[in-house]
Design a protein around this ligand. Structure first.
Ligand code: HEC
Length: 153
């Protein structure tokens, strides 16, 4: 093999890898589940990690409701920030290739919206406004749960 052929092969392989990773990033690692929802196929530890994040989101919802009940904007903002974009910092690259792009977008959307709720609370928004935002947020949770489930490979 001459050097030109080796370089061309290397470029070709790189290109193939980039296309493969691009497709994986969009489609994720998904199968069709028995109940019609898409099954995102993960390792056991990835599923444990992501379900832990889910329970953190439920904890956040409860914290916001508690703050609304007690009319405490500071508590609402603190709770909402804990479910906000700062939660995304430890998400790893391999997991990002398994989650379909629509799933990632919805996940990011939920974290950003908790940041927005925190922001409104910090500005002293009325209870009704926070409650209405929380209603919208719960619809975001429900729409993702209606579309996806996890499966361990
Ligand atoms: C991007 C998609 C997505 C979003 C957005 C989302 N979830 Fe989930 N959640 C899932 C999936 C998938 C499961 C696993 C369901 C299954 O396997 O049947 C799950 C599971 C859960 C669980 C169960 C955890 C456990 O230990 O079994 C809780 C609680 C939960 N979500 C809360 C929430 C709350 C609250 C929100 C909104 C603030 C939310 N989720 C938003 C996808 C999402």
């Amino acid at each position: 093999m001459n050097i030109k052929l080796i370089s061309l092969t290397a470029i070709f392989l790189w290109f193939g890898l980039i296309v493969f990773l691009g497709i994986r990033f969009v489609k994720g690692n998904v199968e069709k589940g028995e109940d019609g929802r898409a099954e995102v196929v993960l390792t056991k530890s990835e599923k444990v990690m992501i379900l832990g994040e889910m329970r953190q989101l439920l904890f956040t919802v409860q914290g916001v409701v508690d703050g609304i009940e007690k009319n405490n904007s500071k508590a609402i903002a603190e709770a909402a920030l804990n479910g906000g974009t700062k939660m995304m910092l430890d998400d790893n690259a391999s997991l990002m290739l398994k989650l379909p792009v629509a799933f990632k977008m919805q996940g990011i959307g939920v974290h950003k919206y908790f940041d927005q709720i925190a922001n409104e609370a910090q500005k002293g928004a009325a209870k009704d406004k926070i409650l209405s935002m929380l209603n919208t947020q719960l619809q975001n949770c429900i729409s993702c749960h209606a579309a996806y489930q996890f499966k361990v490979n």
